[in-house]
Design a protein around this ligand. Sequence first.
Ligand SMILES: [Cu+2]
Length: 228
Amino acid sequence: VKRGAVIVTIVGMILLAASGIAIGYGFGTTVQIQQSKVTATTTATATTNSSVSSPYVLTLEITTNNTFNSTIGAQPAYYVLGPDGLESSANISIPVNTTIKLVIISYDNGNASMIMPNADVVMGTTNGTEYVASNNYINSSEGANGIDIIGGQSVSMVPPFDIAHTFTVPSLNLNLPIPESSVVIAYFTVTKAGTFLWFCETGCGFGPNGTQGAMSTPGWMTGSLVAS
Ligand SMILES: [Cu+2]
């Protein structure tokens, strides 16, 4: 079973690498345009949320102290936050043709190197942005009437040195870079039913390139996103 999973993941990574090469040259222009819209995007999102039907909320958690086995030791893992607590991320179910509000809570406080091009670029979300709240992005202070909270910011990319993991679905062109110790919120819609491979694009696992262990095992840093 594990060998099969490795093969599936490797095939997915090859496909992603190919798609990254194919679309990579367009990013320079796109990112600049999106960054100039950051303030407007934040306002528009807040307005939209109060005027449309509720999105489907999918909450994922990334934790680090998960014992993989006696040889590899602790590895990071994605979990689905379900009604009874943490559930496996090996098969993540979402409704098709529905706005998904994806919330990713990362308790991982360390960065990891990108192993795919453009892993730092937000892709496939509403407005091409994600909302990031973390110690690096908020700036709260004690004001005259209590604590002043900025809260976070919408970004179209995350500096590579700030990235701990990504949540990436190549066949949906979806990519969310996740900074250390952060909460990331993004909206997207899947318009076709199917099972789509997801994985992380940092070398956060085991082995010389960090691509073994969690990175090649469903329910850890890879799995299936099932839209139905
Ligand atoms: Cu990872």
